[in-house]
Design a protein around this ligand. Structure first.
Ligand code: SF4
Length: 194
């Protein structure tokens, strides 16, 4: 029936609750909307886009989105680390492209390369000069376990003998995708308060 053919009895005023509220689509503006409030990693989202969380969770979230690495490399793995930050792989997508020249401005030490016994005390000193909280990524087989210099008289058999390591990235050398994956794993750990 066309609208102009409707009789007055067919026409009824809009019921706000039934015609507007109940027909409202589930919001996707924040990706957290829905009819039932639910928990997402410590965050409660309501149907009205009001988010409840804790200051601790908020701080961890902010930290996890901006892990600034210390800008230095020890051997061939450092070339892959540079490639990770360059335009093709673009580590900036994950907030970790701000390589700092001073350990006092860095959050993450990426140990990219072979650590010799001679270098180990310097590496430890750089780690101690970084402010808390701080994290370490062992990039490549050499940094993780000595790699191809296993049982060498000159090479440290894993950087975790001098600094605590949070994420190990295997490979010789690891490709930029692997280091990016390591940064993402570290972001997860930081977000969870690790
Ligand atoms: S893991 Fe391989 S690429 Fe990386 S520093 Fe050692 S030898 Fe070089």
């Amino acid at each position: 029936m066309a609208i102009d053919q409707k009789t007055p009895t067919d026409v009824h005023p809009i019921d706000f609750e039934e015609d507007v509220v109940q027909r409202r689509p589930i919001t996707t503006q924040t990706g957290m909307g829905g009819h039932e409030p639910r928990m997402i990693a410590g965050v409660t989202a309501s149907d009205d886009n009001i988010v409840f969380t804790t200051v601790n969770m908020l701080v961890n979230w902010a930290r996890s989105r901006s892990p600034w690495p210390l800008g230095y490399g020890l051997a061939c793995c450092a070339i892959e680390m540079m490639a990770t930050a360059a335009s093709h792989h673009d580590l900036a997508r994950f907030g970790a492209e701000v390589f700092r020249s001073s350990p006092r401005q860095a959050d993450v030490m990426i140990v990219a390369g072979t650590v010799t016994h001679k270098m180990a005390p310097r590496l430890r000193r750089l780690y101690e000069q970084m402010p808390e909280p701080k994290w370490v990524i062992a990039m490549g087989n050499c940094a993780s376990s000595g790699g191809e210099f296993w049982d060498s008289y000159a090479t440290l058999q894993g950087v975790d003998t001098v600094v605590p390591v949070d994420v190990y990235v295997p490979g010789c050398p690891p490709r930029p995708e692997a280091l990016t994956e390591g940064v993402l794993r570290l972001r997860e750990k930081i977000f969870k308060g690790g």
